[in-house]
Design a binder for this molecule. Structure first.
Ligand SMILES: Nc1ncnc2c1ncn2[C@@H]1O[C@H](COP(=O)(O)OP(=O)(O)OP(=O)(O)O)[C@@H](O)[C@H]1O
Ligand SMILES: O=P(O)(O)OC[C@@]1(O)O[C@H](CO)[C@@H](O)[C@@H]1O
Length: 304
């Protein structure tokens, strides 16, 4: 079974303001709400690609209720834990001449809620996959994902972590199966700016030396790099197309990578599927469908 874990889900409020200007009243020409949070996006794309999975996470308040409803509408099996105080965040995604995002902090999760999460995680069995993705509420320790990996040590699980800074770096000694920072997040870890693919490879290898098994670096419209555990390095430009909504492109890439790996058992196919699933989401209003991904894969074999 595949599980995703989203500590800090969201309602993504995507608004279009053709010429956004600071300091004045701006009016939208379009607005839409999607269920969000990185793990939840991974769950939705996996489901689109034909992989049933369970979404774990926390929800609170009226926004949390709506999130649960929207996720259930998508046919995702979710086992969310209610949090007493606060509310699930609303993340604002502003589409104008540039894309901008305002992400909330999320509700504080009590120690008793974390205990309930551990009860659920204790049900994981050898061979299962766990994807831990996204930020955690501000008041929680940056060792949270590491603590979970420590707790699950000794079980034959494949754990994927998509997070930033210390939350990510702390898990490396516990050998995550896959990590997927983007090139900016990779640079942040080492205090440098990384734009060239050769530098991406150099720094991705450093994360592998620290313990990650496979390191997938996404570079938005510039494509991606995979440093795989068998020593291979894969690089690709991104497929060409019209950018419509890049929110969740990285999560789609994680879902595509897992789907490709589970279907073919090879890193090259996992990489191809990851890249095309990320781009398929970027080229559509909602997250990628299987038909959109297969179409991009077929048309872009020259990139790989
Ligand atoms: N403008 C684009 N054109 C083509 N492909 C894109 C574009 N943006 C994203 N992609 C595809 O999606 C993948 C992941 O994108 P990106 O690097 O933006 O992830 P991310 O920063 O983790 O995004 P998010 O946090 O919104 O999920 C890229 O490697 C690429 O394959
Ligand atoms: O604040 P975090 O947890 O880092 O990111 C949250 C988020 O931006 O990530 C998803 C896209 O990847 C969105 O659905 C969601 O709003």
């Amino acid at each position: 079974m595949i599980y995703t874990l989203t500590f800090n889900p969201s309602l993504d409020y995507i608004v279009t303001v053709p010429k956004f200007t600071c300091g004045v009243v701006n009016r939208t020409t379009e607005e839409i709400i999607f269920p969000g949070g990185k793990g939840i996006n991974v769950s939705m794309v996996l489901k689109n690609l034909g992989f049933e999975n369970t979404a774990l996470g926390f929800y609170a308040g009226f926004t949390g209720m709506e999130l649960k409803r929207l996720v259930a509408d998508k046919g995702i099996h979710a086992e969310f834990i209610p949090v007493d105080k606060g509310m699930t965040r609303i993340n604002v995604k502003l589409r104008s001449e540039q894309e901008s995002e305002i992400n909330g902090q999320g509700p504080a999760i009590a120690a008793s809620d974390i205990d309930k999460l551990y009860e659920k995680l204790d049900a994981l069995k050898d061979g299962d996959i766990l994807v831990m993705a996204g930020s955690i509420p501000d008041v929680m320790p940056q060792t949270m994902y590491m603590d979970i990996m420590k707790h699950l040590q000794g079980r034959n699980l494949k754990i994927v972590v998509d997070a930033t800074r210390d939350l990510l770096v702390n898990v490396l000694p516990f050998h995550p199966f896959l990590i997927k920072p983007n090139n900016h997040e990779l640079g942040e870890i080492f205090g440098v700016e990384i734009c060239e693919k050769e530098d991406v490879v150099t720094y991705a290898k450093k994360l592998q030396e620290r313990g990650a098994r496979n390191v997938l670096i996404s570079m938005a419209g510039d494509g991606a790099v995979l440093v795989a555990e068998d020593g291979s390095v894969y690089q690709a430009e991104a497929p060409e197309g019209k950018l419509i909504n890049s929110v969740g492109a990285g999560d789609s890439m994680v879902a595509g990578f897992l789907a490709g790996y589970l279907e073919h058992g090879t890193y090259d196919k996992a990489f191809q599927m990851g890249v095309c699933t990320g781009s398929a989401s970027a080229f559509s209003e909602e997250l990628a469908t299987k038909a959109e991904v297969l179409d991009l894969l077929e048309k872009n074999q020259n990139l790989f």
